[in-house]
Write a protein that binds this ligand. Structure first.
Ligand code: GDP
Length: 310
């Protein structure tokens, strides 16, 4: 069974970490949001791609969910001493990724090529594809003005109230070379429990991706549990856009594309409402707070697909 997982950073990384333990590299391709990418100190930084790759390589920081394990901060401390911008924390090991990525981009390599190269070096066997090699920038239109994603997320700790979201450059951007091929060969397209607005929607906005989803079985794991996001602004964004955050809201957000939703035991009472939209449900424990929980959720999901429950 071939699965293509669409993923953002932290929530996406947890589920794909579970899936790689059960699926061969031929059967799982991961397509990652690049709308959060930005330039800092002249370096191209791809937070979601790095979170996914570091996690699958077993070199992610287990406490933060982002950045490298066994990290040191000498460069960052010196930058602080120089009163350089310090709102985005960059560890020494992490910096090597951004330096080498930027050097290769300047040399003319594509982000897909560089990601494949890094994955080979790091021992990541499952294909990890950036959604696009072209720049797409997520902007939040907020009560404090227009903010690029990282400024909203890291500098302002996602406190400004979101009125609208834009993916600048999306009309001109093409999906990265292997993305549509992978989607078209998939048995299942899986939306990871990532932020629907800023992690999954940019991928769906690329030319041909939504169409590919329409021709396939599409499943999602809800990033909202008990009305809350485990991390980040997903629930807050639903509220600010006038929607009560819940798995029903997630299902409605993806309505027209989604065939099945995995939702948490805590939300069991909402399953009937999701089914009324014509979407199948699987109610289980979806909190992936350790490696075993990630594996278990992936196993439950795969069994439900095989049995036809989803
Ligand atoms: P980001 O780009 O790093 O913010 O990462 P994502 O968009 O991939 O992930 C953020 C989303 O992951 C949030 O909406 C969280 O609620 C969700 N999330 C994080 N951990 C878990 C988990 O263990 N289970 C579920 N169901 N969702 C999670």
């Amino acid at each position: 069974m071939k699965i293509v997982a669409l993923a953002g950073g932290v929530g996406g990384a947890k589920l794909v970490d579970g899936l790689v333990q059960s699926l061969s590299p031929q059967d799982l391709t991961i397509v990652v949001n690049t709308g959060d990418d930005f330039e800092h100190f002249g370096l191209t930084i791809c937070p979601d791609l790095d979170t996914i790759c570091y996690t699958l390589a077993g070199i992610a920081n287990p406490e933060t969910g982002w950045g490298r394990s066994e990290e040191s901060w000498s460069t960052y401390q010196e930058l602080k001493r120089l009163r350089a911008p310090d709102w985005f924390q960059l560890g020494d090991r992490d910096l090597a990724t951004h330096l080498e990525r930027t050097r290769r981009l300047i040399d003319g390599e594509s982000l897909s090529q560089i990601t494949a190269y890094f994955c080979q070096i790091w021992g990541v066997q499952h294909p990890v594809l950036p959604m696009s090699d072209d720049p797409v920038q997520t902007w939040l239109l907020t009560d404090e003005g227009e903010l690029p994603f990282q400024e909203y997320f890291v500098y302002y700790h996602y406190q400004p109230i979101v009125r609208d979201i834009q993916f600048r450059g999306i009309e001109k951007a093409k999906p990265a070379p292997e993305v549509l091929g992978a989607l078209n060969q998939a048995d299942v397209i899986l939306f990871c429990p990532s932020n629907p607005f800023v992690s999954i929607d940019p991928i769906l906005g690329l030319d041909g991706v939504r169409k590919a989803c329409l021709n396939h079985k599409v499943l999602a794991v809800s990033p909202i549990i008990g009305g809350k996001a485990i991390k980040g602004p997903a629930a807050k964004m639903f509220e600010e856009l006038g929607i009560t955050p819940s798995p029903v809201a997630v299902a409605q957000h993806y309505a027209g594309l989604l065939n099945g939703l995995v939702m948490d035991n805590l939300d069991a009472q909402l399953a009937a409402e999701v089914q009324q939209i014509g979407i199948r449900t699987l109610v289980t424990d979806t909190l992936m707070d350790n490696s075993l929980a990630r594996y278990n959720l992936a196993q439950i999901l795969l069994r439900a697909i095989e049995s036809g429950e989803l």
